[in-house]
Design a protein around this ligand. Sequence first.
Ligand SMILES: [Zn+2]
Length: 347
Amino acid sequence: MKAVVFEKPGQIEVTRVADPTPGASDAILKVEACGICGTDLHLLEGDISSARYPVVPGHEFCGEVVAVGRGVANVKVGDFVAVDPNLPDGTCRFCRMGRTNLCENYSALGVTLNGAAAELVRVPSHVAFTLPSDLPRPWGTLVEPLSCAVHGFDQIGVRLADRYLIYGAGTMGLMLAQLARHAGSAGVDMVDKNPARFELAKRLAADRIADSANQFERPEGWDVVIDATGAVPAIEDGLRRVRRGGTFLVFGVASGEARVKFSPFDVYRDEIRIIGSMAVLNSFERALALVVRGVIDSEAMISHRFALDDYQKAIDTFKSGLGLKIQVAPSAPAAVESRLRAEAAAG
Ligand SMILES: [Zn+2]
């Protein structure tokens, strides 16, 4: 089969490798599409200590089951499935506490095991979840990133009529905003430095969006402030805008060296909760249900699709910050099939 292989940090090959064969509890999928995210970049740059090379990247994916091992009962040949790529060991202290996303021996498809930037991928069947046959197939790739956002909402502890302020109107910020709106928020405001993103954000979920929260009249602050940028200035600004008794969610991935300033006195006096959200925890099936129900506008979330041969172009497009979800797909034509949205193109 054809596959994208990270031979070692910094080296991408699109090459032929042996077809995967299923172990007793595995399924083999014919990959429909595979999204690209920051984790793929970190993997390519050698920033993930648990990674093994060579490795086929790709952890946001869906596909059709084409073979199963003899012990597999939950999926069958012909099923169309989305896959939770996270494979905690189930035995460490954190797994036993039910916090499997904090596993000390975390394994993941597309990071420590071969992923789905390929024609075929082998997955343990227990992480494959069946999608309705009439769902537009590329939408299945959105379940994984959405499941991270669902876990973020679990971390917040959602209340009706909370007011949200979200930094970053990229894919994750827009998913979070749509979930906030759906979750009965009293208002969703967004901050993004790129005005080209405003129109889509307003259409999908934002009551207001601006390049600075100073432009919003809200001196008492917001009940929930979410950073979906990982950028220090956004985090420092956001921490100052949490309402008394409110919550700040660290959702965006900052660099390991990043440091922010905040007032511990304010956190004390106003009883601010500052919480993190890492990957997925019992949120994959719920995210799948939300995609199926149309709670997020999946069509609007996917901006580009590239063939496997154009993986480097897909990475370059991702790095450019243009567009929203960028996919590679074995079935895509060799030439770039780009559906760059006007909102993004203007940026
Ligand atoms: Zn564990």
